[in-house]
Design a protein around this ligand. Structure first.
Ligand code: EPZ
Length: 429
């Protein structure tokens, strides 16, 4: 188990630049299996999930070459290996998006049940049903799925639930399928139109990405040559920094972001009394003297997205009055509040989806363990506003690297703002 040892921060000032989005780079890399020619990806974030996806692609035969600090070139093989390395695939959720491109390109995909943050069941029924409608034969034996299809055919697919990765996986599969596919009740997260736009540049015919109905005319011959996929800024990272600024800022600018991707969060922050200014690619946050309570419901994008729920909960513990949080997407994404209460918060967990927060309550440094990526970030925020030192333990996977990125920026700014806060990392015995 690794850990971060955190001393409270006083005022944070300065500029924090945002890097490429975790939930975009991983799908861009998966898309390489649709191609027969190489393409470049720019604005690559250095996070463990990227490394895991690279390992999976390399095992499928893709040549992955680092080109400079933030660029990578992906060269797909003539005949990709259709069996995913089960150990790596089981370690993160995004491995599931490979099954669409792999099946469409090779006629087969063999993979385990994907892993991912423990925030709920994380089923894959929508993927399997969608690919079956496109002509895939689905078999499962001892937790290993085998999908096979001579040639996928376009189909009309309605998602019973809005699923980001299911939308992306089927959209990519449909690009090579024969005929037209219409995805209805599709997810609208910004990473989806970003992926569609790049694929269209390379010869795909996708329309409606970013809306709830996406139409794909299949049979494309994609050419990635001389194309660069620039990864969009990580909106969850940007929003987490904005929440930090609202808690501990003097005046903090979150740079290299896309404010409209944060609209749901910014509306909630304004309701809490936070001063916000937006520019073309920046958001400037000034912490108010007093925070007001907010009733929050998580929704699919462009609503208040579930990934902001846990960091925003920390802000609500400091608001004057009673707030409510309704986590509508995942049934396991409020468990971390028990540890926030150990730090001094007053959060009543009414059921797996609903919580009442009474504030403001002083928070005190504690030893806590991160159950998932975004709750881990919430504990970091809580530790920064707590009295006394905290230890945030985490598994040395993705959480470490995202948090490292987080620390790298915050500690840099903290030091620049002449604050003595010290972020130390180390391994617990
Ligand atoms: C994506 O997860 C993101 N991950 C998540 O970010 C994000 O929280 C989530 O979308 C919601 O915005 C990636 O893009 C890698 P879903 P995803 O499939 O796609 C149900 C982070 O911290 N569902 O949209 O796995 C499911 O139970 C992560 O960066 C089915 O029922 O989420 C859930 O209730 C955490 N059957 C809802 O859909 C399926 O086959 C949303 O899940 C698939 C999903």
């Amino acid at each position: 188990m690794e850990a971060f040892f955190i001393q409270p921060a006083r005022r944070l000032e300065g500029v924090i630049p945002v890097r490429g989005a975790k939930n975009s780079i991983l799908k861009a890399m998966a898309a390489s299996l649709l191609f027969r020619t190489p393409f470049l990806i720019d604005n690559v974030p250095h996070i463990v999930d990227y490394q895991q996806m690279e390992n999976l692609l390399v095992s499928a035969g893709v040549l992955v070459e680092r080109v400079g600090e933030r660029q990578v070139r992906l060269t797909p093989p003539r005949h990709p290996e259709s069996t995913l390395d089960p150990e790596v695939a089981q370690s993160f959720r995004s491995s599931v998006v490979l099954i669409g491109p792999l099946l469409a390109r090779t006629g087969k995909a063999v993979f385990p049940y994907p892993g991912g943050c423990v925030i709920g069941k994380r089923p894959i029924d929508l993927f399997l049903e969608g690919l079956a409608r496109m002509g895939a034969l689905v078999r499962e034996e001892n937790g290993i799925f085998t999908l096979s299809a001579k040639r996928l055919v376009g189909a009309d697919i309605f998602f019973r639930k809005v699923s980001v990765t299911a939308t992306e996986t089927l959209m990519m599969a449909a690009v090579l399928a024969r005929g037209k596919t219409v995805l209805s009740n599709a997810a609208r997260e910004p990473e989806i139109p970003a992926l569609a736009e790049f694929l269209n540049l390379c010869g795909a015919r996708i329309s409606g990405a970013g809306t709830s109905t996406i139409t794909i005319r299949g049979g494309a011959k994609l050419d990635g040559a001389r194309r660069v996929f620039r990864i969009i800024p990580d909106r969850v990272e940007a929003g987490s920094f904005a929440i930090l600024a609202a808690l501990r800022g003097g005046r903090l600018r979150v740079a290299n972001c896309i404010p409209e991707h944060l609209a749901g969060l910014l509306a909630a922050l304004r309701e809490a009394g936070v001063f916000i200014e937006c520019g073309k690619d920046w958001v400037e946050i000034t912490a108010p003297k007093q925070l007001f309570p907010v009733n929050v419901q998580t929704r699919e994008y462009p609503g208040f997205v579930t990934d902001f729920q846990s960091p925003f909960m920390v802000l609500l513990t400091q608001a004057v009055g009673m707030s409510t949080v309704f986590e509508t997407i995942y049934e396991g994404r409020l468990e971390y509040t028990r540890d926030l209460n150990r730090m001094g918060a007053e959060i009543i967990l009414c059921d797996p989806h609903r919580a009442i927060v009474v504030g403001p309550t002083p928070l005190f440094g504690r030893v806590v363990e991160s159950p998932d990526l975004r709750a881990g970030l919430a504990f970091i925020l809580a530790a920064l506003v707590a009295k006394g030192p905290s230890t945030v333990q985490h598994k040395p996977r993705k959480i470490r690297c995202i948090l490292l990125v987080f620390f790298d920026r915050v500690s840099l700014e903290v030091l620049q703002s002449r604050d003595e806060s010290i972020f130390e990392m180390g391994s617990n015995t």
